[in-house]
Design a protein around this ligand. Structure first.
Ligand SMILES: [Zn+2]
Length: 142
């Protein structure tokens, strides 16, 4: 059970240090993906978009514009304030970061989790791990 926050509001320079270049963009949702290191598992953008829609449908919350996604194999990219995460959602500008070790073709839990943060925010709701939101995380990122 996650109790610590894995979101942060830090409009730091250069897209939270990841830069703004991307490897692929989905024209319908605007979701982009960047594989952060050369040997990062290149989880296909089609599956990222499919996971996004599954998460929307589970939540009953939708956004025409999806977030940029960084897939990384570098755990150091996911140490925030000294805490190691396996995925992370930055509020501003919105950015989803997921460790590729947590992704496989049939295990998208970590991506779903960060999309929940994004979709809550995109719908004007508190995107954090509130008690109320925990029900959504438990239900829609499995
Ligand atoms: Zn979280």
């Amino acid at each position: 059970m996650l109790s610590t926050s894995c979101t942060k509001d830090d409009p730091s320079d250069n897209n939270h240090g990841f830069g703004f270049d991307v490897d692929a963009v989905d024209s319908t949702t605007g979701i982009s993906v960047k594989y952060n290191e050369a040997d990062t598992f290149q989880f296909p953008i089609e599956l990222i978009v499919e996971t996004y829609h599954i998460t929307e449908n589970c939540l009953g919350l939708y956004s025409d514009k999806g977030p940029p996604v960084i897939i990384t194999n570098n755990s150091n990219n996911l140490i925030i304030n000294g805490v190691q995460f396996s995925g992370y959602f930055y509020h501003s500008p919105p950015l989803v970061v997921v460790h590729d070790g947590l992704l496989s073709m049939n295990d998208t839990f970590r991506l779903e989790h960060e999309f929940i943060h994004y979709l809550l925010q995109a719908n004007g709701q508190n995107p954090n791990h509130t008690e109320e939101n925990q029900i959504l995380f438990d239900r829609c990122s499995i």
